[in-house]
Design a protein around this ligand. Structure first.
Ligand code: BES
Ligand code: MN
Ligand code: MN
Length: 458
């Protein structure tokens, strides 16, 4: 569609101006103080969907942040695409590490810097603009579309499953399109067909009713930081990186020889991979490649650990307690609740009788998901990529999570096509998040072709 490609070019300045406004609202879902900004962002999305020409646009309140919905169902006999994205973003700390203000879009060397440019405002915005371009230029779309944009993805989409359950008819569709993932590189386009699941907990190990002088009491009672460290060490074998929680691997779908052969085709260099993030070398579960370990194998990760004196200088203290935030990335068919319970039981079982253990389970969880490669929607995505990038895509498994994808599969019976345009160096969840303008442009064209190609499949 030459007409639309020209339209994208002619309207780029306006797109970037609108995206700058979208980015400027600090919709951090993890921060209760940002409730008002969440609401402003939902209203911004509502206006975008209306402006794009969608019908029945409205905000659906949930127990948490509102879901924004809109649809265009004028393509008689054509398939229906449910488009999903999220308008919430991650916190910006450590804010001093940002080279430009986190909520001020700064375009430099063809890269847009700000929180949410890649995850996910800049990407979901591509979908808004493709729909708008079709409806403005041709008064129609080749497929029916339903758009759902939520505001709780970064905190585990806690209330979205309930929304999907309640609105199964409203959301019924033939495929789901999501732009919230990465490609291998600008010149190595790829489609994600797997996401990991997640469970997230916080543990506290307490040995005293209050902090004490480390000289007076040190040596007399257990030090909770020491105990916590010893307990955490017992969760994963230091040599093999096998997770030692009994039953942890029971439900893991093992990689087949064919899976492994497919993953081995992905261009990857361990040294380059490590260097790019300042690591001396790769490290992880024995017997698996880095690609396998990050996409198709579960992990046990420590996200934070604290206790006692962490401020400047010395303070001779015997702390009362020690804490850690622990998460596990899961793969099919591991159940987050079951895994959390296995961890809690094991963690309590290894605690010495000198301490009390408290565990808090966060509801930031999600199931892993896999999309079959041989579906009409997947083929449509591959030919759309080929039209724009002039190359066949690779198929990759993402180590991150998008919790609603498994809920969609289960509740709507439909798989999601993860056609995202981020790049591995986008600094997601970190300071100086960016999104390449060239990927934004390629995203517009690829998504346009996806709709066209998918229309031919019914
Ligand atoms: N867009 C990401 C998922 C992702 C991560 C895609 C890395 C590509 C590369 C998503 O917004 C995300 O960050 N998900 C969270 C989910 C969690 C809070 C339940 C994640 O993976 O940590
Ligand atoms: Mn995201
Ligand atoms: Mn994210």
């Amino acid at each position: 569609m030459k007409e639309l490609l020209d339209y994208f070019k002619a309207n780029e300045a306006r797109y970037l101006k609108e995206l700058t406004e979208f980015i400027a609202i600090p919709s951090i879902s993890a921060d209760p103080a940002r409730r008002h900004d969440i609401s402003k962002t939902a209203t911004f999305v509502e206006k975008q969907l209306k402006g794009a020409g969608l019908k029945n646009v409205k905000q659906y309140p949930t127990k948490g942040n509102p879901v924004v919905y809109g649809e265009w169902l004028g393509a008689k006999g054509a398939p229906t695409v449910l488009v999903y994205g999220h308008y919430d973003v991650q916190p910006v700390d450590p804010v001093e590490k940002w080279k430009t203000p986190p909520f001020e879009m700064t375009i430099k060397n063809g890269k847009m810097f700000a929180r949410g440019t890649a995850d996910d405002k800049g990407q979901v915005f591509i979908l808004f603009k493709v729909i708008e371009a079709y409806l403005k230029n041709t008064k129609q779309l080749p497929v029916n579309v339903k758009v759902i944009v939520e505001g709780e993805e970064e905190v585990g989409s806690t209330n979205l499953a309930t929304f999907v359950k309640k609105n199964q008819r409203l959301l019924s569709c033939d495929t789901i399109l999501i732009a919230d993932t990465n490609m291998l590189g600008k010149d190595t386009p790829s489609i994600t067909y797997g996401l990991r699941g997640l469970t997230y907990l916080e543990v506290a190990v307490t040995s005293l009713s209050g902090d004490q002088h480390s000289g007076t009491y040190g040596g007399g009672v257990a030090n909770p930081i020491q105990v916590l460290a010893e307990m955490l060490v017992q969760c994963k074998d230091p040599k093999t990186s096998k997770i030692k929680i009994p039953g942890f691997y029971d439900d893991v779908v093992q990689l087949t020889r064919k899976d492994r052969a497919e993953l081995a085709k992905i261009p990857h260099d361990d040294m380059h991979y490590a260097r790019a993030i300042g690591a001396t070398k790769t490290f992880g579960e024995k017997g698996y490649t880095t690609i396998e370990r990050t996409g198709a194998r579960p992990t046990f990760e420590l996200n934070g650990i604290w206790g006692g004196h962490t401020g400047e200088g010395v303070k001779t203290v015997l702390p009362a307690s020690a804490h850690a935030k622990v998460s596990m990335r899961l793969v099919a068919n591991q159940q987050p609740d079951k895994i959390a319970k296995l961890f809690i039981d094991y963690f309590k079982s290894i605690a010495p009788d000198t301490v009390k253990v408290d565990v808090k389970l966060y509801d930031n969880n999600g199931h892993a998901a896999l999309t079959p490669l041989d579906s009409p929607a997947m083929r449509a995505a591959a030919s759309a990529i080929k039209k724009v990038y002039k190359k066949d895509p690779y198929y990759t498994r993402e180590g991150g999570s998008i919790p609603v994808v498994a809920d969609f599969q289960q509740l709507l019976g439909v798989d999601a096509i993860l056609l995202g345009f981020g790049l591995p160096d986008d600094n997601l969840h970190a300071p100086n998040e960016k999104f390449d303008v060239s990927q934004f442009r390629a995203g517009l064209a690829t998504t346009m072709y996806f709709f066209e190609e998918f229309a031919k499949t019914k």
